[in-house]
Each structure stands twice: as C-alpha cells, then as structure tokens.
Design a protein around this ligand. Sequence first.
Ligand SMILES: *Cc1c(COP(=O)(O)O)cnc(C)c1O
Length: 430
Amino acid sequence: MTEGREKGFETLQIHAGAQPDPTTGARQTPIYQTTSFVFRDADHAARLFNLEEVGYIYSRLTNPTISVLQDRMAALEGGVGAVCCASGHAAQIMALFPLMGPGLNVVSSSRLYGGTVTQFSQSFKRFGWEARLVDFDDFDAVRAAIDENTRALFCEVINNPGGSITDIEAIAKIADEAGIPLIADNTGATPYLCRPIDFGATIVVHAMTKYMTGNGTAMGGAIIDSGKFDWSASDKFPSLSQPEPAYHGLKFHETFGPLAYTFFGIAIGLRDLGMVLNPQAAHYTLLGLETLSLRMQRHVENAVKVATWLENDDRVEYVTYAGLESSPYYKVMQRISPRGAGGLFTFALKNGYDACVKFVDSLDMFSHVANFGDARSLVIHPASTTHRQLSPEQLKAADAGPNIVRLSIGLEDPEDIIADLDQALTKATA
Ligand SMILES: *Cc1c(COP(=O)(O)O)cnc(C)c1O
C-alpha cells in the first residue's frame, strides 16, 4: 500500500497485510493449504532455522495465509506484531507462556467468560501457574493482589457475559506501576469499538471465533503485542531478556527489540505448544474482517434498540447493557469504547431459573448456542451451560446468576428480534 498517509480502520480491515499473490496475481488471499515450504538450498534452510532470515518453513510455525491475518490483526489493534493460533483459549495460554513459570501468578478480573474462569482457576494449576481472580472495578483490590511473583494483569474489555466494561486505562496504570504487562481480551469489543493499546494495554488477545470472523464458521485466536513493554527493565521476564535455552541461547529482546514477544510466540510458543491455526480458518476470518466495522455498527444499533425495549418491559427485572444510560458502566463506555458497548449483554428474568429455561426453549429465531458474535441472534442461559462449572460465588462474581439470560444481538431486522423476544417472554412468564 502507498506509504506516507496513515490508513483508516476501514481501509486496513480490507487491505492490511495483503497484496495480490506474487505468482498468480490472485486478488483474494489464497488458502495456502500446505504443511511445508521448499528451501532454496541448504544455506537458505539453515538461515531460516536460525531466525537470520524470515520465511516459511512449516505451517506449525508460519504460513502465508496466516501471516496476512497476523499482519491485519496487528494493524487493526495498533500493535507491532501478532500471532494467530487455534482458538481464544489457546491465545490465552500462548499470551501468558512467555511470561509465566511455576510459582508465578497472573492477577485477573473475576468478570470473565466462564471457560476462562475454569481454564485459569483449574488447568493453570497443572503448569504451576496461579490465577488470582479479583473485582477489577476495585482498583485497591487489584493493587493488593499483586506481589513479586505477579507477571501480568488480565481482563476482558467488554465482559462476557454481562457486557460490563473494564476501565482498562486505570488498570494499565496499575500494571505500569508494578512493572508488569496488562493483557486485555478484546473479543467482546473488537478493535473497531476499542483499541486497548491506545489506553496503555501491552498485549491484546482475541477469540476471533466471535465477532472477528462474525458468522460462526471458524475457531481462532490471536495475540497482538504493542511492542511498547521493556522486557529487560527487570529480571522478571527471563524468557525474553535472558539467553533462551530452547533457542540455542538467543536473547529475544536484545535480538528482535519490539518484536521480541511476537517472535518468541512463533519460534517457541507455536513451535512447542503446537496450537496452530489452520489456513482455511484464517481465510474465513480474513473474509469476516473485511466488513468488521459495518457489522459492529449494526450490532451496536440493534443491541441499543433491543436493550431499551427489554429495560422497559415489566417481565424483565434488569438489563446489564453498558450502552444504556441507566448502566453504571455507561460513563466508562463513553471513554473506553465510545462507538458503543457491543452486542452482548444479559438480562434478569423476574421468575428465576425455571422461567429462563422456558424462555430459551420458547425462542424461535434466536439460536440456543454457546457462541456469540454471529450475524444471527443467539441466546444462552449461562448458569446451566457455559458457566456450569462455576461455584455460586463465582457465578455471582461473573454476572451469571441463575436468573440471568445472555443475548448476542445479531444483524437481523431489530423489529423481528424484538418480536421473537416478546413472544418467548409471554410463554416463559405465563
Ligand atoms: C469465547 C471466548 C474465549 C474463548 O475463545 P474460544 O475461541 O472459544 O477458545 C475467550 N474469551 C472470551 C471473552 C470469549 O468470549
């Protein structure tokens, strides 16, 4: 693309990272459905393996379709580099892998996707990692949870399922004071609504599975690095600042500067953990990204209409959408995510658990699924599904109590979305 002018978001979502295929002229990015790439000669192979030259070796490490997606994700989030991987959950492990080790901890918001609560509080223990879940609205509690073994703060920008918004600007300052990175999960907002790096986040992670692909076709994750963190300022991050034994003594920060974290993610993370994205999934996500801004505008417009309608209905106890002026998160939303609060929120039904189950079963157009961020409107009852593994205290902390239903507002006619909710509410409260 032409140099000089900084491209706007809607140009980047279509063009960043891509150019016509140099061999065939193919305009759309081809799916490079190949495991391996032929070396020019033995010297070329050796240079690639030594990271002296960047190029393609084997699709567990790098693949041209995935490289385009990585460059596009980095451009959209305003980072220096990105690593794509198999799923949002893979991205969380990959993001922490260069920073963590046995006995170390991550201080995380308790308001998280249910699967993340389980991954953090159960599976991380097997690595000797500890996740300390605290209320990220309580800045003193966040500061108090940090100790000399803390290696990162972690939170979602727009929280799944409740749709509340984390003040990542304030949280990034706390991370700075502690000399550790803030990792922000931007799945619910997407870079069209919020770019966490602009507010001081070091690293952004995504479940591209949701809005980035946007139609429920492909699993995918991404880790984007701001390139702004000084990994050598303390002795806390030896994988990046010290000679790396898993790469014949290479010092990643000294050698790659701001790209150290991204190169580590590929050369060690993807190489040894193997949580690789496949080129077909990268292709679906690239197609989805081309319309990200348009879709997010409509998701927000529809969500505001639906949430306003629900808030004014007396079968509904309350609605958590941060885009409503009545929300305690409305002010934070205007600063952190000024284009809107996304399309994901919950509401509480007056008649509790049984009414929620009846409501979900009575919906016609809404699909009852575990996903969100689809063009289709989706519904789930977290307490009996995604958040089922959580204790009653964790359910409360995650805004996922027994009377709570989560909606992901799609791109259909808002009148049809509301009509479907109306008839199901009537059946659930009869
Ligand atoms: C879905 C989701 C994840 C996990 O992503 P997968 O692609 O399902 O592994 C992580 N964080 C958030 C906020 C999510 O919504």
